[in-house]
Design a protein around this ligand. Structure first.
Ligand SMILES: O=C(O)C(=O)/C=C/C=C/O
Length: 492
């Protein structure tokens, strides 16, 4: 009888003080494509997190703390080169953990991982600080200038929806500004972070400059990290209630926080919009990454004259979406991140019908007749007919679903869009330039796209208002968050 044994599953380890270490408990990495157990991941206990923080503190007192901006910029470019050199491995890691389409992992996730390091390498090198020529009572004047210094040790907790993109979005500026980092990726997406640790090691950063610990949130690595007295600042992307928990955990130590949290984003389509562009745009903003992007539109408001036509067009395109394997040609959508998240999304699919929704498309689980039926797939879904206060129209679902409602006037649209506990992003479709400039500033959100969605210039401020977050990252906003700024006044 053949004794062919399956290849050993990867064991994903922590990266602390320049070394990969394992030990202690492990937890399983399950494929969302077919439910298979694909790897085992070390879970950091409090002692492991403490070792990581101490390594970071030591790096700040050692060579890393003495690097110049140019040396750090060069190090970031070496990291970007390293990701580029192992591009296909990063794609495979993202796809293994998340089941996303390969073409998305290539064109968005890994490409942005490289871009994030290069952007902040160049921004940090060219960033200026303030200088004011000040008057004084004796008429001789004074000079006021600011200097940027590292915060110290930054704790980074990143989410599973865009694993590499969002982890590097924080690591790059944190390192560029001279901090040491302890990062904890989501337990759902450990693979690309672990590969990144190899690249950072091979880029020659001193031991302790970057550290990686795996685990969960409360009662696990995430809580040990945020509560550790050696952590000087915490940056987190994830659910709003987790953000509130972290804020409470760090309040007594007055640690700096930057939060990019949940959303219930709106898309608003005026009758004068380019119809085909708006349909294509709302399809993207509703179903990209299986709707698992904090910027996705789960509320769509369409001006009455084109409402029926718009719903019909969305129905046709949604029913034509190809849901399948990551590597299938022209696949539009993969599974959700996990069976647990799928259960959450399906609970809203059931709730919508109880709340009286008309299910225009989807509403259930696709049937493949193969291993994918053991995966975490759901159908892309469209609802109409719900009241604005329905839970499915107010609560973040974070799945491939949107509710489309008609509106009669611009003021009504703005009022309904703003009637939300969240305020992250909005996509506005109109051909009237004056309307675009009139409406966009009225939207209570950190980001408004007009006649596009998720077009990113990494120099711009990124973040949300209300329950969608605290602070902005991006461009000099990241440099300001990841630095301590001192103002120095020189009497002339
Ligand atoms: O594109 C970015 O820089 C970014 O932060 C995206 C966040 C998406 C969250 O789900």
């Amino acid at each position: 009888m053949s004794t062919s044994s399956a290849p050993p599953r990867p064991q994903l380890r922590h990266f602390i003080n320049g070394e990969f270490i394992a030990g202690g408990k492990t937890f399983r990495n399950i494929s969302p494509v077919n439910g298979e157990h694909i790897a085992d991941i070390a879970e950091a206990d409090a002692a492991t997190v403490d070792a990581a923080v101490k390594a970071a503190q030591s790096a700040m007192r050692g060579p890393w703390g003495r690097t110049t901006m140019s040396e750090r910029a060069a190090a970031l470019h070496r990291i970007a080169d390293g990701i580029q050199a192992r591009f296909d491995e990063f794609v495979a890691a993202e796809v293994a953990d998340t089941g996303r389409p390969v073409h998305q992992a290539r064109t968005l996730d890994v490409a942005r991982g490289i871009a994030n390091f290069r952007t902040f390498a160049d921004l940090a090198r060219s960033a200026n600080t303030d200088l004011f020529q000040s008057e004084s009572a004796d008429g001789l004047g004074a000079l006021n200038y600011t200097v940027r210094k590292p915060l110290g040790v930054v704790g980074i907790i990143s989410p599973w929806n865009l694993p590499l993109l969002l982890l590097t979005w924080k690591i790059a500026p944190a390192l560029a500004c001279g901090n040491a980092v302890v990062a904890k990726p989501s337990e759902e997406s450990p693979s690309s972070a672990t590969l990144l640790a190899e690249v950072i090691r091979d880029a020659g950063l001193p031991p302790g400059a970057f550290n990686l610990v795996h685990g969960f949130g409360g009662g696990s690595a995430g809580e040990f990290l945020t509560r550790h007295p050696g952590i000087d600042a915490v940056t987190f992307t994830g659910e709003s209630r987790t953000g509130a928990t972290i804020m409470k955990a760090v309040a007594d130590d007055m640690k700096e926080v930057s939060f990019e949290l949940g959303g219930k984003n709106a898309a608003v389509v005026f009758a004068d919009a380019d119809f085909d562009a708006a349909v294509a745009g709302v399809m993207r903003s509703s179903f990209t990454n299986s709707g698992q992007v904090c910027l996705c539109s789960e509320r769509v408001y369409v001006e009455r004259p084109i409402f029926e036509r718009f719903v019909a067009a969305m129905k046709e395109k949604t029913q034509a979406l190809k849901v399948g394997y990551p590597a299938e040609d022209n696949v539009d959508m993969g599974p959700l991140i996990s069976h647990g998240h799928r259960d959450k999304v399906l609970s809203y699919y059931r709730l919508a019908e109880q709340e009286g929704a008309t299910v225009v498309a989807g509403g259930g689980v696709p049937h493949f007749g193969d291993e994918r039926d053991r995966g975490a797939y759901v159908q892309p879904t469209i609802w109409t007919g719900l009241p604005d206060d329905a839970r499915c129209v107010t609560e973040e679902i974070f799945g491939p679903v949107c509710h489309i409602a008609p509106f009669e006037s611009e003021d009504e649209a703005v009022r309904r869009i703003n009637d939300s506990q969240y305020g992250l992003a909005c996509a506005l479709w109109t051909s009237d330039l004056k309307r675009a400039h009139r409406v966009a500033p009225q939207i209570e959100a950190g980001l408004v796209w007009v006649n596009t969605w998720y077009l990113r210039d990494l120099r711009t401020p990124f973040g949300g208002v209300k329950q969608s977050g605290l602070g902005r990252e991006g461009g000099r906003y990241s440099l300001d968050f990841y630095s301590e700024i001192t103002n120095i006044c020189i009497k002339l």
